[in-house]
Design a protein around this ligand. Structure first.
Ligand code: DGL
Length: 264
């Protein structure tokens, strides 16, 4: 294994940075390429076919060009729809991101779990299967919150966000049958840990949040154990969208040690 071979993290936007933050803690020496399909953002409002085609096509091109040692789809929407397909077509190991229903089921005291994701994620059979297998029979209350994706993107660009967005997401869970007893919320979109503090304020006290970022970082560490790492150049962030998108994000990207940005 070439020590400079990168770990590639892929998302539609800045959500995957929440996974990168956990990965940096475990593998600080690992060279990373962060690829965001900002031209396709938001994935949550697209059809399954559109998402699968974009993700498979982009990951194919990215792996040819950058020869990553491992790919992480740091996006619940893309993973719940396209993970199986991508694994079939690429030779490199692919780690996905799926809603953390299992740990949430172990944490809840009231038996009512909220799940916030994109519209595309919450309708997936993949989520139904996770609920059936790991939900312990608890009540899983799902709500699509596309406004939180926009809010997280805006906050990382340094813009202020109207708190009504977070209140609407909280209300979307609380207003459903059993919603008033929710004590655990699965953040089933990698963008959402970026707005966890605001969500906590909107949901009120006594609610715990769970997301998959730490578990994914541990999985990457496990799969690359024993491999040599050498960061020969500053880590790179790639964007499919216009130059203006990543110019506004550059200061935030620097905080994640992504010093170079390029269009892809
Ligand atoms: N970050 C993505 C996820 O985890 C999706 C955001 C979007 O493009 O809608 O679901």
């Amino acid at each position: 294994m070439n020590p400079a071979a990168p770990i590639l993290l892929f998302d539609s936007g800045v959500g995957g940075l929440t996974v990168l933050a956990e990965l940096r803690k475990l593998l600080p020496q690992a060279p990373v390429i962060y690829a965001a399909d900002t031209a396709g953002l938001p994935y949550g409002e697209k059809t399954e076919a559109e998402i699968a085609a974009r993700v498979a096509g982009l990951l194919g091109r990215l792996s040819e060009r950058y020869s990553p040692r491992l790919i992480t789809i740091a996006c619940n929407t893309a993973s719940t729809i396209a993970l199986g397909m991508v694994r079939e077509v690429l030779k490199v190991p692919v780690v996905g991101t799926v809603p953390a229903i299992k740990p949430a089921a172990a944490m809840t005291q009231t038996g009512a779990i909220g799940l916030l994701g994109t519209a595309a994620t919450i309708r997936q059979g993949y989520v139904d299967r996770l609920e059936a297998e790991f939900g312990n029979g608890h009540r899983l209350i799902r709500h699509a919150a596309p406004g939180l994706v926009e809010a997280a993107e805006a906050m990382l660009r340094g813009e202020t966000v109207d708190p009504a967005v977070f209140e609407a997401a909280a209300q979307g869970l609380r207003s459903q049958p059993g919603g008033d007893t929710i004590d655990t919320v699965v953040l089933a979109c990698t963008h959402f840990p970026l707005v966890e503090r605001q969500l906590a304020a909107a949901l009120g006290p006594g609610v715990r949040f769970v997301d998959g970022a730490q578990g994914i970082a541990r999985r990457i560490e496990f799969l690359t154990r024993g491999q040599a790492f050498a960061r020969e150049a500053p880590d790179l962030a790639l964007f499919t969208g216009g130059e203006d998108t990543f110019a506004a994000l550059a200061p935030a990207l620097k905080r994640y040690d992504l010093e170079r940005t390029e269009p892809f």
